[in-house]
Design a protein around this ligand. Structure first.
Ligand code: GCB
Length: 631
């Protein structure tokens, strides 16, 4: 059923995955995984208390709050989560020692990354503790959950001095039930977040983007009835039927009456849960149903009523499939006119706080500026604010997990982490009409261990969601002897993907002349759609070189690069989509050319503050033509 049996193994393995000594946490702490924790699908639309706002924070570079100096349990004087008035305790008893005082530590505003909080934190990778108090809802009924949109990367949570749980992974939601731990009046929540990547983490330490440590998405205290809808998935199947799966949790979950309601369609589908609290139903589509598409992003108010619980969401209905080299949306061939995006808001000093307004600003550039119908949300699951905005604005989405470059392919803990992350992402976003493609990896080296790792992820996607396409951004082999650029897809993973996706940087990282790109030769699978999931060139906004052969980093070079690469791409018969790299300049510590980069990857079509470069219009013109030609 909905919580896949196959993932049980993941939960078990994950418990052992805190092998990294720095992240050792007391055994009693539950690890949040899709199997062991509440999912609270659609949590953003449930009533609750938003814990955004002011929190105290305290750095812990030696992780003294996690282990003593010989690796034993941490000293009480270092336990940041203790429910204690430090000043009073030390004033009253001169035997007492605390080497922290959260209540009098500096303050920050969450959600946000600590990187932007203070100059000395700009490059801090490690552990930081956050604490605040909040009033419990009064009166309290039913069940209460602490739900995190995301915290990067390891998170440990305490409530009123008690351990609540921990989570691994920087980009997916997790929740803990705290019904029994809440008290009347003031409650104290303490959260430790450690951003340090290791060779075993997903992603590993070396990437090409900023590792924004911290609580980067909202934290809420969510209330539900005693028995509630923990998971729900309402969609069109590939065959165009309306299907619902729901899972109830609580004392009355089994053999309970449930209703799926879509008032606008006059639909009321009744059923009963089984002994495990699961319900599955399928029926013909109501005739009046308007299908979701980029041109008409119709969303319906959908409800599932189960006892006292009224689960709701706003859902669009459409089908996505492939036929030969075509991608079909609602049965019709579509060309994906897209661009890639990192989760970084427009502005001079982003902190990865993706509010709905910030998401709208980015997606508006894609939809209205570029005439796009598609975005690649790279390289990890983006905030639900982003995928909900894509639903609303009418943009198809490629969603991916950070299985990026050099992952520990032979480490079972790493595989367990990746599988859990993938499942958390899919279960969170299965109700988003915008999501068309789940991607399992980016630019990974072909070898047996990697192939087995990624095949497992592909089969997980198919089991968790058979209504969408599976892909991965792959690399190609280049013939060093050929007189024109000649590339061949030799990656065996392509065989198990619905869409072949390729990243290519000829003319930027290679010595090719731009004039030679259109004559490139590609040897690709014939019967599958191709997407160029990346191509791009850096340009510093405002850097002008009007010569016939403009130099790298000028806006002119980037614009020429786009012209020639588009010419090359448009000649490939199986090409069905593009997501060039990238909409906006983004922070990346590996980019340190002092004249042009200053810590930013400059491949954006707009600068970090939103200034459009020349290449923006080149892509916009190409997409406008494709749109006019009905592609
Ligand atoms: C890539 C990566 C992307 C980088 C980009 C670049 O192939 O997938 O994460 O940022 O190239 O700019 O080199």
């Amino acid at each position: 059923m909905i919580k896949m049996q196959a993932l049980l193994a993941v939960a078990v393995i994950c418990t052992a995955s805190a092998a990294h000594a720095a992240h050792a946490t007391p055994a009693r702490l539950r690890l949040a995984t899709v199997e062991s924790s509440p999912l609270l699908v659609g949590a953003e639309l449930r009533p609750g208390i938003d814990l955004s706002g002011t929190w105290n924070y305290s750095i812990d570079p030696y992780r003294t709050g996690q282990a003593g100096f010989h690796g034993e349990s941490p000293d009480p004087g270092q336990q940041r989560w203790r429910d204690v008035d430090v000043r009073a305790a030390m004033a009253n008893d001169n035997r007492v020692l605390y080497e922290f005082d959260m209540a009098h530590s500096p303050v920050t505003t969450l959600p946000s990354s600590w990187l932007t909080e203070a100059a000395e934190l700009r490059h801090y990778q490690g552990l930081i503790w956050y604490q605040r108090t909040f009033k419990a809802p009064a009166p309290r009924a039913g069940r209460q959950f602490l739900r995190f949109g995301a915290a990067n990367y390891w998170t440990v949570v305490y409530l009123n001095g008690h351990a609540v749980g921990r989570h691994e992974g920087g980009f997916t939601p997790f929740a803990f039930e705290v019904t029994q731990l809440l008290r009347d009046g003031d409650n104290q929540i303490t959260v430790g977040v450690d951003s340090q990547a290791t060779p075993a983490t997903v992603p590993p330490p070396v990437t090409d983007w900023e590792n924004y440590g911290g609580v980067t998405r909202p934290v809420r205290l969510i209330s539900t009835p005693e028995t509630y809808v923990d998971d729900a998935w309402v969609r069109l199947t590939r065959q165009g039927m309306l299907a619902v799966d729901a899972h109830l949790d609580g004392g009355r979950a089994a053999h309970s009456p449930v209703h799926l309601r879509i008032a606008e369609l006059g639909l009321d589908l009744a059923g009963t849960t089984d002994a495990q609290g699961n319900w599955h139903a399928i029926r013909a589509v109501p005739r009046a149903l308007v299908r979701w598409s980029p041109e008409s992003p119709k969303l319906y108010e959908v409800g599932i009523d189960a006892g006292e619980d009224h689960w709701r969401d706003r859902i669009g209905f459409r089908t996505v499939e492939t036929r030969g080299a075509d991608i079909l949306l609602n049965g019709k061939p579509i060309f994906l006119r897209g661009i890639s995006l990192h989760e970084e808001e427009i502005g001079p000093n982003p902190t990865r706080d993706m509010t709905p307004d910030a998401a709208r600003a980015l997606l508006g550039e894609v939809k209205d500026g570029l005439h796009g119908n598609y975005v690649r949300l790279a390289h990890y699951p983006h905030s639900e604010a982003m995928t909900r905005m894509a639903d609303e604005m009418g943009l198809l989405v490629w969603s991916e997990v950070p299985v990026y470059w050099l992952v520990a392919w032979s480490n079972p803990d790493t595989l367990a982490t990746a599988r859990n992350m993938l499942a958390e992402n899919i279960l969170r976003d299965r109700n988003r009409a915008s999501i068309a493609i789940w991607s399992v990896a980016n630019e990974t080296p072909v070898n047996e261990a990697r192939n087995a790792f990624l095949r497992q992820l592909v089969s997980d996607v198919r089991r968790l969601d058979d209504s969408r396409l599976v892909s991965a951004a792959l690399l190609v082999d280049r013939d060093p002897k050929a007189s024109v650029p000649t590339m061949t897809m030799v990656d065996p993973l392509a065989e198990v993907l619905d869409v072949v996706a390729i990243n290519t940087y000829n003319g930027w990282y290679t010595a090719d002349r731009l004039a030679d790109l259109p004559g490139s030769v590609w040897h690709l699978p014939a019967g599958k759609p191709l997407i160029f999931s990346e191509f791009g060139a850096d340009a510093k906004a405002g850097f002008v070189d009007e010569r016939a052969a403009p130099r790298k980093f000028s806006e002119q070079y980037q614009a020429d690069y786009y012209r020639k690469t588009l010419e090359m791409a448009n000649r490939i018969p199986t090409l069905r989509g593009l997501s060039p790299w990238i909409l906006k300049d983004f922070r990346s510590p590996r980019r340190q050319n002092p004249d042009f980069q200053q810590g930013w990857n400059r491949k954006g079509l707009i600068s970090e503050t939103g200034r459009r470069k020349l290449a923006f219009q080149v892509l916009a013109d190409d997409y406008e033509k494709k749109q006019a030609a009905g592609r």
